[in-house]
Design a binder for this molecule. Structure first.
Ligand SMILES: *Cc1c(COP(=O)(O)O)cnc(C)c1O
Length: 356
């Protein structure tokens, strides 16, 4: 177990208006920090006032992007409990990402302890309005001041917290998606399965292009054949074709193993819906649409939970899904997942973890 030292702030910030939170705009009074050195391992766990980080300009994270992050949420249940949703999955993924980026492993029990400690310490910051939550962002950066390209020997692990609003203040509206055929997000052998900032840096140009063309997000295709569906924006993606729910399989290492993805698969199976994890080509999607068999499609991720796709632009050809409206499977997944996360529905899978 970690011995977490606490240094409280002298003056607390004013809490933001819960109706105007948006996503990632506000941060709480405190943060969690812990350092890694070769001689001491992970050490000096502490809760300190939210503050700037002072680093040498040569710190390796600035130059070679040895950085990883995670994202999960804490929810305030109607009975006052503070809930986390499947944090064990995030912590396991964290160590998988660390392995790929040569960042030292963390003790899973200590990470859960740290998350619970900072969330519990900042529990007054968890918003209570319908659809709001406290976003938890753990991350690790390489801090060695050194310009040679090597695995770093010193790291900083932080957890920051941000009260966030409902992703859909006006209800869920399906989004328009641009099928990207020039740039790729991930390839087999790369870092697609890992949650690293570098993946995002290289995806920005595709996102910018889509936005300039009037689209909300990019549908990424695989980096080798430029044919198989990868992910949508920074979310996993599902297509419903002729009643079968299909999502790309994880086995080639180019898909991020989303907690929301996994939860959707389990829920669909429990409802007796046919779910398949396999390769799905853009051609198969287009053909299904031509045959009237493309029922609906949606992205999944912690921030938006379920993001229905209303339109796909594939090389100028526009495909409208489910009349541009949210489909029944997307809606049922959204209602059941959010109901479970906010502690309003029975937690049939035992997914929620109470923070004290
Ligand atoms: C975080 C992330 C997801 C979604 O994962 P969740 O655990 O469901 O939030 C999907 N794709 C990418 C690229 C991601 O970074």
């Amino acid at each position: 177990m970690l011995d977490i030292k606490i240094q409280p702030v002298e003056v607390k910030k004013e809490k933001p208006d819960q109706n105007k939170l948006g996503f990632g705009n506000y941060f709480t009074d405190h943060m969690f920090m812990m350092n890694y050195t070769e001689s001491k391992g992970w050490h000096d766990a502490r809760i300190v006032p939210y503050q700037n980080i002072s680093l040498d300009p040569a710190a390796m994270v600035f130059h070679y992007a040895q950085e990883m992050f995670e994202g999960l949420k804490a929810y305030k249940a109607p009975d006052g409990r503070v809930l986390l949703f499947r944090p064990d999955m995030n912590i396991k993924r964290m160590n998988n990402t660390n392995r790929r980026l040569c960042i030292p492993q963390l003790d899973p029990d200590e990470v859960l302890q740290a998350i619970k400690a900072i969330v519990s310490y900042e529990k007054d910051w968890i918003p209570t309005l319908e659809g709001t939550s406290l976003y938890i962002r753990p991350f690790i950066i390489a801090t060695d001041a050194h310009l040679g390209v090597h695995v770093a020997k010193n790291y900083l692990f932080c957890i920051i917290l941000s009260p966030v609003g409902s992703y859909y203040p006006e209800g869920i509206n399906p989004v328009k998606i641009y099928v990207e055929t020039e740039y790729v997000r991930a390839v087999k052998g790369g870092t697609g399965f890992a949650k690293v900032g570098g993946n995002y840096a290289s995806s920005l140009i595709g996102q910018q292009k889509a936005e300039q063309l009037g689209y909300a997000q990019v549908l990424w295709l695989d980096g080798i054949h430029r044919k198989y569906i990868d992910e949508v924006g920074a979310m996993n993606v599902f297509f419903v074709i002729d009643g079968e729910v299909i999502t790309p399989a994880l086995d080639e290492g180019n898909i991020l193993p989303g907690v929301t993805r996994d939860s959707c698969i389990s829920m669909l199976k429990s409802w007796g819906v046919k779910v398949t994890e396999r390769k799905l080509s853009i051609d198969e999607v287009i053909e299904a649409n031509a045959n009237g068999k493309l029922n609906e499609a949606f992205g999944t991720g912690t921030a938006a939970v379920i993001s229905p796709i209303g339109e796909l632009n594939n090389n100028g050809e526009k495909i409208i899904l489910n009349g541009g409206k949210i489909g029944p499977i997307s809606q049922k997944l959204y209602d059941t997942l959010t109901g479970t996360q906010w502690g309003k529905l029975e937690d049939k899978f035992g997914w929620t973890v109470t923070v004290k």
